[in-house]
Every structure is written in C-alpha cells, then in structure tokens.
Design a protein around this ligand. Structure first.
Ligand code: CP
Length: 312
C-alpha cells in the first residue's frame, strides 16, 4: 500500500508531489463514499482525534469533525475560549493532558506561526495543522488544488492568480507551495503593501493590475482582507481597495475568456467579490467546501494508517 512520506501534516512545504497525488486519489474514493446514502466507513474505529481550536473557525473545524466522524473515529473538540488556557495553562501542558486520555491524532488551529511544528517535536501524536497564524493552512491548499483538478481536469500547466491580502494569508503561502509542486504557474495580485517582500524568492510573479491578472489566468483565488491581523492601514479605504482589487460581474463579463473563481471563505461580500460573482456558475466556492470533507478524510486516513502500521 502507498503511504505518505510524513507522519504529520504541518505544511505543504514538508510534503512531496507524490504525497499530494496520493491524498487526491484517496479523496476521490472518499468523495464517492460521502455521496452514498450511508456516508460512513468503519476505517478508523480504533483512532481517537482531538480537534484543538485556539482561533475562530467555521469551515475547517466542521469539515475536520465531519471527516473524522465519517471515518468512524472517536472525536473530542476543544475550543480555547472555554478552556483552562484562559487560566494560564501552556500549549504543551494542554495537549499532554488531552493525550493522556489516549488520543492518537491532534488537529490544531493556532494563531502562532509554527505552532504545529513546535507541538510535533514535544508530543507523541500525529499533528495536522489546521492553520497556524499567517504561516500555512495545508488542508485548504489541498482542497483548493483538488477543486481545480475536478473543474479543469488537472492542475499541471494551469495559470492561477491569488488576489488580495497575500501578506497576512496562510492560504496564499500553502497554495503557492501546492500549486507549484503540482506544476501550475502562479501569480499574485494586490496592493504593494499587502505583497510580502520575499515573494520573488518563492518564484511567484507580481501583477499589480487586476484586469491583466484575470486575463492571464485560468483560475483566480480571491482572498479576504485580514483586518484582524492588521495593526496599521495597508490601503486608504475599503472602497478604494474594492475599486482596484475587487471582482464584480461587469469586470468578469468583460474578460477575454471565462475563468474559474475561488474563495477560501469567509467572504466579505461586496469587498473582494460581489454577491452576483460569488453566487455565479464561475465560482466554485461551495464545491471547495464540499471537497474539503473528502480531502480531510484522505489526510486523516493516510496519517492514521501510518500510526496503525507503527503499532503493528
Ligand atoms: N477557509 C477557512 O479556513 O475558513 P474558517 O476560518 O471558517 O475555518
């Protein structure tokens, strides 16, 4: 049986193209499973997973929980807001207490970049990064690339532009790594103040003009402006940001070809994308969410099979 080259999913940076293709092939199988009347398989009846969320989430938290339950794993959920973290308990103490209850895998979202890597060095469990600060959000990039593959047949050779707040976006970084590993061409587009200085070191071109970027690409991934990560103003006003970097129906209809639009959510309707565009046939935003469950089932299943093999 093929297996992943890693024991944790800490970032796309740490996995290979073969790992990604294996995750996609496994997700194809689980996508078929979750479209059956009985959407569950007994694969992980002997695995217990803790979902630790130190930061807000709707899609990722629910998607992981559903993926785990559809694999028949036992699931416990932890939210920092209602936990003893508020009383000063450290991350390692928190996780070790949870692991002493015989937990095999930890899915963690944390505001600090590198929190997953840190945890993987200090605790005995398989760690899945569900977003660590502005660093990586690997399962989002996997489901994004899986959705491109589903809509356009392949990721290799496709042109993808990531638009908006690249500086504060873990989705952007993970997407850049995943798209490049799969052979896509990547550009970013946004205000200069929201493009990181190291972007050229990633082999990514910057296009300042949104119309040019959209006319170049096959797929545009529209990012939210992450106001919660900004301590200063990066652009004059939201209205001016939208005028320069927002996609509306008139702009979309005036392009030289039909493109696919993606958004990781949550959407700020009327800022980075208008409602009629978000709800149009060209947008695959809800397909991305739906594919997230199959992709996360694949990640958890493949990591759990490594735990099971080590125990044999
Ligand atoms: N895309 C994403 O990570 O959404 P949530 O913050 O709702 O999990």
């Amino acid at each position: 049986m093929k297996e992943l080259s890693v024991n944790h999913l800490l970032g796309i940076k740490y996995i290979t193209e073969d790992d990604i293709q294996l995750i996609f092939e496994t997700a194809d199988h689980f996508k078929e499973v979750i479209n059956r009347p009985i959407k569950k398989v007994p694969s992980l009846r002997d695995i217990t997973i803790a979902n630790l969320f130190f930061e807000n989430s709707t899609r990722t938290r629910l998607s992981f929980e559903l993926a785990e339950k559809r694999l028949s794993a036992d699931v416990i959920n932890f939210s920092a807001a209602s936990s003893s973290v508020k009383k000063g308990e450290t991350l390692i103490d928190t996780v070790n207490n949870i692991l002493s209850m015989k937990v095999d895998m930890v899915v963690m979202r944390h505001p600090n970049p590198g929190a997953g890597v840190f945890l993987s060095k200090h605790v005995k469990a398989s760690i899945v990064n569900a977003g660590d600060g502005a660093h990586e959000h690997p399962t989002q990039a996997l489901l994004d690339c899986y959705s491109i593959r589903e809509r356009l047949g392949d990721v290799a050779g496709k042109k993808v532009v990531i638009v908006g707040d690249i500086l504060h976006s873990r989705v952007a970084l993970s997407n850049i790594f995943a798209l490049q590993k799969l052979g896509a061409k990547v550009k970013v587009c946004g205000p200069k103040t929201l493009i990181p200085k190291y972007i050229d070191k990633l082999g990514v071109e910057v296009e300042g003009d949104l119309r040019k970027a959209l006319n170049w690409c096959d797929v545009a991934n529209m990012l939210r402006v992450q106001n919660e990560r900004m301590e200063i103003s990066y652009f004059p006003t939201t209205r001016e940001y939208t005028q320069q970097y927002g996609v509306n129906k008139a702009l979309l209809d005036s392009l030289e070809k039909e493109i696919v639009l993606m958004h990781p959510g949550p959407i700020n309707r009327g800022v980075e994308i208008t409602s009629d565009v978000a709800d149009s046939k060209q947008a695959i935003i809800l397909e991305q969410v739906q594919n997230g469950v199959a992709v996360r089932m694949a990640v958890i299943y493949l990591l759990a099979s490594k735990i099971q093999h080590h125990e044999d």
